[in-house]
Write a protein of this length. Structure first.
Length: 179
């Protein structure tokens, strides 16, 4: 596994996230030496759909993409639906997209990437119900376990987490991917 010691990784999410899509990548990046930070629209803590709670480290409106080396966008229908209408979160994701820093997204997490203009011209996978949304936003959608396109790592469901985590670490180690 690649070494990402000292890299700062932002996780942007809100209540209703898919628990394992936060905890598994979080443990993977932490285990590879990175420093994960949970960013949410509100302060306090967030709760996953299956009850996992975690403290919020920073609020979206106060966070800067400049302070991080990479981004992870966990899924969960409620999380993704609420996050994509939170303008500070969308703007933060947009800054990551513009920077070329690596981004990992799984399941419904791609909705905020659509809002942030981050999928046009990219090949991506997601939970199957996002296929039309992604295609309408200019992406090429494929049904594969994990897809990488210029630093954008995507997967479909929690079943794909082992492959997703491994590819995240690899792409995060590579760093910025100019488009």
């Amino acid at each position: 596994m690649a070494d990402i010691t000292g890299k700062k990784v932002a996780f942007i999410l809100t209540d209703g996230f898919e628990d394992s899509e936060l905890t598994s990548p979080w443990e993977a990046v932490q285990g590879a030496g990175a420093l994960p930070t949970l960013i949410a629209p509100k302060d306090g803590q967030v709760e996953g759909k299956n009850g996992h709670t975690q403290a919020v480290d920073a609020v979206s409106a106060d966070a800067s993409a400049d302070d991080f080396d990479a981004l992870v966008l966990p899924g969960g229908v409620v999380n993704a639906d609420h996050l994509r209408i939170d303008q500070p979160s969308v703007q933060l994701v947009q800054r990551f997209v513009e920077s070329g820093k690596p981004i990992g997204v799984i399941c419904h997490g791609a909705w905020i990437l659509i809002e942030a203009g981050g999928v046009s011209g990219r090949t991506i996978t997601s939970y199957p119900t996002l296929r039309t949304d992604l295609q309408n936003a200019g992406a090429t959608w494929v049904d594969e376990e994990v897809v990488t396109d210029q630093g954008l790592v995507s997967s479909r469901t929690p079943d794909d987490l082992p492959a997703f985590n491994a590819k995240l670490i690899e792409e995060f180690a590579e760093g910025v991917h100019p488009r």
